[in-house]
Design a protein around this ligand. Structure first.
Ligand SMILES: *Cc1c(COP(=O)(O)O)cnc(C)c1O
Length: 394
């Protein structure tokens, strides 16, 4: 390695010493309740596969059929020659599912934020952002060149203080919150955020990546959960979590979507989702619209698991969703816990700084509709054994 890159080694050593080095495991099986990880069969508590759609037979078939009919790649950005009738159909179906006028699909939830934020605000404007918002919101905000102001996590009083003090100094103002905060599993008080922003002529945007397919009637998301249809200006979503595929979307009124067709840079300068991805997303919408069964099972599983964990004495933090953080404190303890879980047959990843604050390391358990009750019971038993052995439980 050249001298000019020697610093990387020093940085990597620093991460290892601090117990913050991220060891990435390799899967040798489809997503589901059980996985083959590094050659070992383990119970999966890590994925965002909330509804078990990532390997659902209907999605798999839709993707195969689409390959037969359309091939694979879009071979262009959407604005030049990469929009197939499939993409148009997905955009329309996403809008219908969300109960909004229009939607636009993008390559990922991450790029959806990079697409929409800089299209709505610029140098003369302000973004008021929850301090725990997702990295892609932070990056999209930085790209926009707008002044970034933060408010304390889910603190509507603090949001109002920032609006009161700062709104008049800027041309436009965009208030952004995650819908469900992915590390703690708490839900943003979007109804109260709406009430406040309404008084200050601010655009309201929610990134519902962990709420779609989870919150609201049949998984229609946080806007449906709070009955805020027509009140939230921009909904960003992902097709990579509950939808079980990959992709992102922005939903709202027709003018916003028309504007994104003209100005969103990841739409104009990066190729579209592939045909099998789009077809699988359409099949996911079919499954969600036909029945609430998977969403209901997800919540039943989540409530059961959380109640049992709390009963044993684990601290599961502030979560009110299927995201179940098991709070452990030090990153080194979380990493050791994760290793011992794995040895006992449970795949549960440790999450530490910088993904969460220092001293707030945890195992984040992701519950899914794909889990059977026996799977959850087996996981609970192993958590109990490891928790006692490491002195987390008495
Ligand atoms: C996961 C996530 C994203 C990124 O979604 P991808 O489709 O995986 O790129 C964006 N925003 C939030 C809030 C997320 O949790």
């Amino acid at each position: 390695m050249s001298e000019s890159l020697a610093w990387i080694n020093t940085e990597l050593e620093g991460l290892r010493d601090a117990g913050l080095y991220n060891h990435i495991r390799t899967l040798g099986s489809p997503q589901g309740a059980w996985l083959i990880v590094d050659g070992k069969k383990v119970l999966n508590f890590c994925s965002n596969n909330y509804l078990g759609l990532a390997n659902h037979p209907r999605l798999v078939k839709a993707a195969k059929d689409a390959i037969d009919q359309y091939g694979i790649g879009p071979a262009a950005v959407r604005s030049i020659a990469g929009t197939m009738d499939l993409h148009v159909k997905l955009d329309r179906r996403l809008a219908e599912f969300k109960g909004v006028e229009a939607a636009i699909s993008l390559q990922s939830g991450f790029t959806a934020n990079l697409a929409v934020i800089p299209a709505l605000v610029g140098k003369e404007d302000a973004i008021i952002s929850d301090e725990l918002n997702h990295a892609s919101i932070i990056d999209g905000s930085r790209l926009s060149g707008a002044k970034i102001l933060r408010y304390a996590h889910s603190d509507v009083g603090d949001l109002e203080r920032v609006l009161k003090e700062q709104r008049r100094n800027f041309r436009r103002c965009l208030v952004i919150t995650d819908g469900v905060f992915s590390m703690d599993g708490d839900v943003a008080p979007l109804d109260k955020i709406y009430e406040v922003t309404q008084n200050y002529e601010a655009i309201l945007m929610v990134d519902d990546a962990h709420g779609e397919g989870v919150l609201g009637h049949g998984g229609r998301g946080i806007v449906d959960h709070f009955h805020l249809h027509g009140k939230v200006d921009v909904e960003v979503g992902t097709l990579s979590k509950a939808f079980g595929v990959v992709g992102g979307c922005v939903a709202g009124n027709t003018k916003i979507v028309e504007w994104l067709h003209q100005r969103a840079r990841p739409f104009l300068f990066s190729s579209a989702m592939t045909a099998p991805d789009v077809a699988a997303c359409l099949a996911a919408l079919d499954v969600l619209e036909e029945s609430t069964e998977l969403v209901d099972r997800l919540w039943e599983n989540a409530r059961y698991f959380k109640k049992e964990m709390q009963g044993m004495g684990f601290d599961t933090g502030q979560s009110t969703t299927p995201i179940t953080p098991v709070m452990l404190g030090e990153a080194s303890l979380a990493q050791q816990f994760s290793r011992e879980l794995f040895a006992a047959g449970v795949f549960g990843m440790a999450i530490g700084f910088p993904t969460v604050a220092r001293g707030k390391a945890r195992i984040r358990v992701m519950i899914s509709a794909a889990h059977q009750r026996e799977d959850l019971d087996q996981g609970l038993e192993i958590f109990c054994t490891v928790g006692r052995r490491l002195g987390v439980l008495n």
